[in-house]
Ligand binder design. Structure first.
Ligand SMILES: [Zn+2]
Length: 499
């Protein structure tokens, strides 16, 4: 009886909650998102030369003035995958540019075209933003140009549009392609990779005139992008994030540490070499290699050595089978080599991610972002939840946080017009569900009490009428013992309460 009258409200609430809980679907938004990476663009490169187009983005958008604290090791492949998954390297499994997987008994090289298309390397727990976009949005389409991992299926999903790494593909062609994907092919998400100024940073050193000129050249690329997006009427509705995988440091020849001075090259396999040496000792040599390197950190210095289980927790670089049993980490500006290895690079990256030199820049502009706003620094792992927020997606499990990046955004609750979803994403679905059940239960109890009180009042008033009648008629047997004639159980409980 009473319950039946609450059932529709109860079920509507439960249905709404279940829809939110199970579908991970979200309202569509007109906001588009473009993520651009310039490989090896250090946090302070914009101060090197005239950059009117980057400055236009800074002025009308946001900037992390000290860049991003990226993931250790501060190399290209791992950090590009961190940017799009929000996970540390131990979680997404791309732990170096070159790595060995003992379970697969295979090595990965960034130049191996086949390995770059294989789920076994990339589908290890991280969900790239293009996968989140396409799984959650009915009309979600992603266009990806040369981003690490986009050639391989993750959760059986490939980007809607994809161009694999091609050194000869012109910068302008990348931009023209992206405009077409957004304008004609219905993409709401785009990712673009540029391999400079990393190549010049290695070849000439990060402080070189060549790198300075390259920064000016990349500014013109951004100028072309802004022009084309404006012409296509895309600029006002596109959020553009421009960032990088890592910074750079100079690596002078005098600061080379020759590993074969301390350990016999025949006793181990070296996967990545410098500035983090990934050492896979041959059987029986583990302890000797560690001891010799450990002694060398004291006699020669300028590097640290760790057994895998002793790698400091702040590196988030332990819990993955692809992380080598021993790693040696060079101090800033120092390089590892072996006497028989040819060549030397004038600049490098890969060092401790707490070093300011290793941090990449971050600027962004668009309808979701504040104008002329800066924060000091945040983490590369925060970029994925930020992108999910802008696109109205529920992030897959990640190591990032919205704490700092939220401040970059204009009134976040109005971006999608879907404050319910934002509320549910912020708090745990299960907690909300239980809270709603308690709320419905409380309301039910209150209404039942009100109903019972009214019923009793009515009975009392009927009784009073009867008593009055008794007094008037003074009959011995009368209606005093009869039940009240009106049946209050049929009074609709919600008649004067609009829920
Ligand atoms: Zn590089």
């Amino acid at each position: 009886m009473v319950h039946i009258k609450f059932t529709p409200i109860f079920f509507i609430l439960v249905a709404l909650l279940l829809q939110e809980c199970t579908s991970r679907s979200t309202s569509s938004t007109s906001n588009k998102l473009l993520l651009i990476s310039f490989d090896g663009f250090r946090w302070n490169y914009l101060d090197r030369t005239n950059t009117p187009n980057f400055d236009r983005i800074r002025k009308n958008g946001v900037q992390a003035v000290h860049g991003l604290r990226n993931a250790f090791i501060t190399k290209t492949f791992p950090n590009h995958f961190t940017l799009v998954t929000g996970q540390w390297e131990e979680s997404h499994g791309i732990v170096a540019n070159s790595m060995y997987d003992p379970a697969l008994n295979r090595s990965f090289s960034p130049h191996d075209e086949k390995a770059n298309t294989e789920a076994v390397w990339f589908d290890q727990g991280g969900e790239p933003i293009w996968v989140t976009n396409q799984l959650q949005k009915k009309d979600g389409k992603s266009g990806v140009i040369m981003w690490v991992g986009a050639g391989a299926p993750v959760e059986s999903v490939y980007p809607t549009k994809f161009i694999k790494f091609d050194h000869d593909f012109k910068n302008e062609s990348k931009i023209d392609t992206m405009v077409k994907w957004f304008k004609e092919d219905g993409c709401n998400l785009g990712l673009m990779y540029f391999d400079q100024p990393d190549r010049f940073g290695h070849a000439f050193g990060p402080e070189s005139e060549q790198v300075t000129r390259m920064i000016g050249g990349l500014d013109k690329v951004i100028g072309y992008l802004l022009d084309q997006f404006e012409k296509a009427d895309l600029l006002h509705e596109t959020n553009i994030i421009i960032t990088s995988d890592h910074g750079f440091t100079s690596t002078p020849k005098e600061k080379i540490i020759y590993l074969d001075t301390f350990i016999d090259p025949e006793t181990f396999q070296l996967e990545s070499s410098t500035p983090v040496a990934g050492i896979w000792p041959h059987e029986g040599y583990h302890d000797a290699i560690y001891q010799n390197l450990s002694s060398a950190t004291e006699t020669v210095g300028h590097f640290s050595v760790y057994k895998k289980d002793d790698i400091p927790a702040h590196f988030h670089y332990t819990d993955n089978r692809r992380i080598p049993p021993i790693i040696a980490v060079a101090d800033n500006h120092y390089s590892f080599s072996r006497h028989f290895e040819p060549g030397h690079m004038k600049g490098n990256h890969g060092y401790d991610n707490r070093l300011q030199d290793m941090h990449p820049f971050f600027i962004a502009m668009g309808p979701a972002f504040k104008s002329g706003f800066t924060v000091d620094m945040f983490q590369s792992v925060d970029v994925y939840p930020l992108m999910c927020h802008i696109l109205g997606l529920v992030p897959a499990p990640n190591n990032g946080s919205m704490d700092v990046v939220r401040t970059l955004l204009v009134e976040t609750e109005t971006i999608h017009g879907n404050s319910v979803l934002l509320f549910f994403r912020k708090y745990h679905f299960g907690t909300i569900f239980v809270a709603c059940l308690i709320f419905v239960g409380l309301i039910t109890a209150i209404l039942i009490t009100i109903h019972e009180m009214r019923k009793r009042r009515k009975e009392r008033s009927n009784m009073q009428v009867i008593m009055d009648d008794v007094e008037i008629t003074t009959t011995d047997e009368g209606p005093a013992n009869d039940p009240p004639t009106s049946d209050t159980s049929n009074i609709p409980l919600l008649q004067d309460q609009d829920f």
